[in-house]
Structures are given as structure tokens and as C-alpha cells.
Ligand binder design. Structure first.
Ligand code: KIV
Ligand code: NA
Length: 266
């Protein structure tokens, strides 16, 4: 198996192959996920919640992300490695974003992800991409904005909101974003965005019309069963080991069997 590059991800997308992404925070899991054929590993700021036990992702620092990126990078051999720019580490200026992004690329990240689609975020994406840092954008429910958004709720339900999201997605693509995560948006809107863009759109709670899927590792292993959102499927059900569960996730995503419309979608 060859290493997954940005070029390879674009080829997969053009060929209609779905991209399987999971969050990952340490070297052991990086090896397991890589061996199971996960295309992309995301060191998400969700680590604030699943590893640190916090209520939101807001307290996560650049040092936290950098530490986990370095751990994951040591265990990973083939997967494309994304790192979240945490809250407050890219909002002040494109220069601040570049500084943060370089800290994470030094730790081993191949691509950085940032939340938002306002003008400042589009400008920040352009600034990073012009300097050859691959960027993944993130729209819909953007957890760093949870307080401003008024909670963990589905985004883009009203027509005006949906049109704004589509316009932001196009602006981020035009600015050079090579990938877009869409979180907690109605399937129909996510499919429309995925159709409108030529870059992979990776959904989480966004339906099967996306070019790929991502889940939080702990959620898909059923460790959060009591309070998991409806878009999560516990892949340990029907599996006898963690590697088997991760393989089942990869197979289900590639075959378009996960997420299931009406079960995991809005
Ligand atoms: O932090 C994270 O895990 C994420 C994914 C849920 C997309 O941003
Ligand atoms: Na995140």
C-alpha cells in the first residue's frame, strides 16, 4: 500500500471512491487505523472532550494538539494526517494561523483544519494555501462556535441559512481549501454542497451524499453509547475486536452503507 497523499485523495475523489476518516489521538490507534485502511486520521480538538473530559472543544491548546499529532505521526505509516487548529489559534490574523499551522506541521501534520466560512476564514485559508499548507475547511455545526450558535443543533435547516452555507463552501474552495468537513447538516443540503464542489466533502451527521465520512473514534467504538448523537454507529456491534470494528467502518463507508438515510441523518 502506498502512502495517502493529497494527489491520491483527489484521484480517489475523481474516481468516486469514498474517503474514510476517523479521529485519532495516539500512536497505538494510529497503527491500528492505518492497518485497517482508514485513509485519513484527524487529530481533532474533540480530544478536549474525549481525552480531557471537557464539556466543549474550546479549552484545547495548540500544545495539546501538537503533542497528539506527534504521537499519531509516530504510529502512522500510510494515512493522510490532519490536525485541527484549536480555538483562538487562528482567529486573530492569517499570520497567527500560519504560525499555528507550522507548529502542527512540524509535529507531523500534513493538513490543517479550521472552522468557519466568514470572510476572515476564507482569507486565512487563502493565506495558508498560498504558502503551501494544505487546508481542510469545516462548516455546519462548528463546535468552537457552540456558544454563539446556541448549542449542538443541526445547521442549515432554513433556506437562507442553507444558501449562506453553500456560498461559504464555494468561497472556501475558491480560496484553495482541498477538503471540507460538513457537520450536522441536513443530508439534502450536504449532497447539494458535495455536488457543487470538486473537492472531497467529508460528512459527520451530514448524510451519505458526501465524498467521505468522519466519526470520533471513541464514538464509533461504542464508548459513548449512552450519550452518542444519532449520526453515530457503534461498529463494535457485530465485531469481536477493535481492528475488526475499524475495518467494518472502512467497508461501510466505501460501500456507501454508512450513514444510513433516516437512521443516522437529518
Ligand atoms: O474535532 C473533531 O473530532 C472534528 C471532527 C468531528 C470533524 O472536528
Ligand atoms: Na474539531
Amino acid at each position: 500500500r502506498r502512502a495517502t497523499t493529497l494527489h491520491r485523495l483527489r484521484e480517489m475523489h475523481r474516481a468516486g471512491e469514498k474517503i474514510a476518516m476517523l479521529t485519532c489521538y495516539d500512536a497505538t490507534f494510529a497503527g491500528v487505523l492505518d492497518d485497517a485502511g482508514v485513509d485519513c486520521l484527524l487529530v481533532g480538538d474533540s480530544l478536549g472532550m474525549v481525552l480531557q473530559g471537557r464539556e466543549t472543544t474550546l479549552p484545547v491548546t495548540v500544545a495539546d494538539i501538537a503533542y497528539h499529532v506527534a504521537c499519531v505521526a509516530r504510529g502512522n505509516r500510510h494515512a493522510w494526517l490532519l490536525a485541527d487548529l484549536p480555538h483562538g489559534s487562528y482567529h486573530a490574523s492569517p499570520q497567527q494561523a500560519l504560525h499555528t499551522a507550522c507548529e502542527l506541521t512540524r509535529a507531523g501534520a500534513h493538513m490543517v483544519k479550521l472552522e468557519g466560512g466568514a470572510t476572515w476564514a476564507v482569507e486565512t485559508v487563502r493565506f495558508l494555501v498560498e504558502r503551501d499548507i494544505p487546508v481542510c475547511a469545516h462548516l455546519g455545526l462548528t463546535p468552537q462556535s457552540v456558544h454563539a450558535l446556541g448549542g449542538w443543533r443541526v445547521q442549515g435547516r432554513q433556506a437562507a441559512q442553507a444558501q449562506a452555507l453553500l456560498a461559504q463552501a464555494k468561497a472556501l474552495r475558491d480560496a484553495g481549501a482541498a477538503m471540507l468537513v460538513l457537520e450536522l447538516v441536513p443530508s439534502a443540503l450536504a449532497a447539494e454542497v458535495a455536488q457543487a464542489l470538486d473537492i472531497p466533502v467529508i460528512g459527520i451527521g451530514a448524510g451519505a451524499g458526501c465524498g467521505g465520512q468522519v466519526l470520533v473514534l471513541h464514538d464509533m467504538l461504542g464508548l459513548n453509547a449512552g450519550s452518542a448523537p444519532r449520526f453515530v454507529r457503534n461498529f463494535m456491534e457485530g465485531s469481536t475486536s477493535i481492528p475488526e470494528a475499524v475495518q467494518a467502518y472502512v467497508r461501510a463507508v466505501k460501500a456507501g452503507r454508512f450513514p444510513e438515510e433516516g437512521v443516522h441523518t437529518y
